[in-house]
Design a protein around this ligand. Structure first.
Ligand code: PMP
Length: 440
């Protein structure tokens, strides 16, 4: 049952907005759809265009809207703070900063007690890189191929050609083989695949660095890379290898954090609740779409920043902190982690049912509400069905469901809706996917 009526839209027409955009907005990012949509309102898991057409948001903005579009608790917190004070700067004291950092730290393993507030995932990963280098005195960073950790200086960490620019990026960064058991160098039919990926990681350190590294960064489930789940045992042993070569371990939780994966609050805990990285980076869902990010680390690493000041103008903004706090409270109050577990496993089950019907579905994977559907031309060769994926995204949009494409070849349908998604939403999304695949 859904009785929400979007407010009437009186703004400029879609055609006018498109014209102005082409004239004034730097076209570095293309519009996603051939026939672009203009979204003007949101309510929990739904979005509305200027004509009031409703879309089910299967990608949560861009994995940013964790607790739901225009969640009442988030609106209330932002309004209250805006009425009092929108911004000063972190050089003064403000209770929201300390309250928020205390609350966020309480969600993390005890040793990750020190929080830095920033503005985006890119900035969080740049800071994590700096911290690793300052703390260890080493220079080389290791990341995984097919990962995404941001643009700017963090583009050096990112290893996905779509997002690279042909200019020098982030020196001292090495990329290890991605432990992708579906498309990677070693696959699920090889019982020693995980061991081989770990051997490669160690070999990369021994041959490509001075033998000692600053840090290692990985997403427990690769987001932009197409919901590639780090295989069981991989992260734990990768951390061991990195630490034995003097490095610190960074978990990029920009997409996997805050209960989205269902069974654990953080992605790094997905197979082993005792696994603790040295640095955790966060953004996207942390602010339900508000531009904010954070880095959590240990007292020792924070202290080794020493005289190096880390300052940014907007990090720790009192409105952002109030929103961040409301998000954490909504996750608890609305039971969203549990919902991700329950609704997520229903989603995977339903997608697997669809897989039996459509041979183009090569693999369904993921955890909680972080799911990927990889489309292939042939299940044996696993040749990516990239053009078909583009078409499916377009058809789904026309039929009222928004998803994202991902993976190295753009052949993975990414489903990462707001964490309040329910079974009826899954049924609708899966029906529309079924219909769209049958139209190919
Ligand atoms: N890390 C991951 C895992 C991401 O998915 C992203 C954004 N797609 C980033 C970092 C960079 O975040 P931002 O776009 O906020 O800079």
């Amino acid at each position: 049952p859904f009785d929400f009526k979007p407010a009437p839209y009186y703004g400029p027409s879609k055609e006018q907005v498109l014209k102005d955009r082409l004239a004034h907005v730097h076209p570095s990012v293309l519009l996603y759809y051939e026939k672009p949509i203009m979204i003007v309102q949101g309510k929990m898991q739904y979005l509305f265009d200027e004509k009031g057409k409703r879309y089910l948001d299967g990608i949560a903005g861009i994995v940013t809207v964790s607790v739901g579009h225009s969640h009442p608790r988030v609106i209330e917190a932002a309004k209250k703070q805006l009425e009092k004070l929108a911004h000063t700067t972190t050089i003064y004291l403000h209770p929201n900063i300390t309250e928020y950092c205390k609350l966020l730290a309480s969600k993390l393993p005890k040793k990750l007690s020190h929080i830095y507030l920033v503005n985006s995932g890119t900035e969080a990963n740049e800071l994590a890189t700096q911290m690793s280098r300052l703390h260890t005195g080493n220079y080389d960073m290791v990341a995984l191929r097919n990962c995404y950790h941001g643009m700017g200086a963090a583009m050096g960490l990112t290893a996905h050609s779509t997002w690279k620019q042909p200019v020098p990026q982030g020196f001292g960064i090495k990329h290890a083989l991605n432990p992708d058991l579906y498309q990677g160098a070693f696959r699920e039919d090889d019982p020693n695949a995980v061991e081989k990926y770990l051997k490669h990681l160690e070999h990369l350190i021994l041959t490509g660095t001075a033998g000692q590294v600053a840090g290692y960064i990985a997403e427990p489930i690769q987001g932009v890379g197409g919901a590639v789940v780090m295989p069981k045992g991989y992260l734990k042993n990768a951390y061991k290898i990195i630490r034995s070569h003097g490095g610190v371990c960074i978990s990029d939780e920009v997409q996997t954090g805050f209960g989205r994966t269902g069974e654990s609050y953080w992605g790094f805990q997905k197979d082993d609740p005792d696994l603790v990285p040295d640095i955790v980076t966060m953004a996207k869902g942390i602010g339900n779409g508000q531009p904010m990010g954070a880095v959590a680390t240990t007292k020792e690493i924070a202290e080794s920043m020493g005289g190096a000041i880390h300052f940014n103008t907007f990090g720790g903004n009192p409105v952002s902190c109030a929103i961040g706090q409301a998000v954490l409270e909504a996750i608890e109050e609305d039971g969203l982690q549990q919902n991700c577990r329950i609704t997520g496993s229903y989603l995977i089950k339903e997608l697997e049912r669809l897989q039996k019907k459509h041979s183009i579905i090569g693999q369904v994977r993921g955890k909680g509400l972080m799911v990927g559907v990889e489309l292939v031309k042939d299940r044996k060769t696993r040749e990516p069905a990239s053009a078909e994926t583009k078409k499916v995204a377009e058809l789904m949009k026309d039929n009222g469901v928004l998803i994202a494409k991902g993976g190295l070849y753009g052949n993975v349908i990414r489903i990462k809706p707001p964490m309040c998604f329910n079974k009826l939403d899954v049924d609708f999304l899966v029906d529309v996917l079924d219909y769209s695949l049958s139209k190919l």
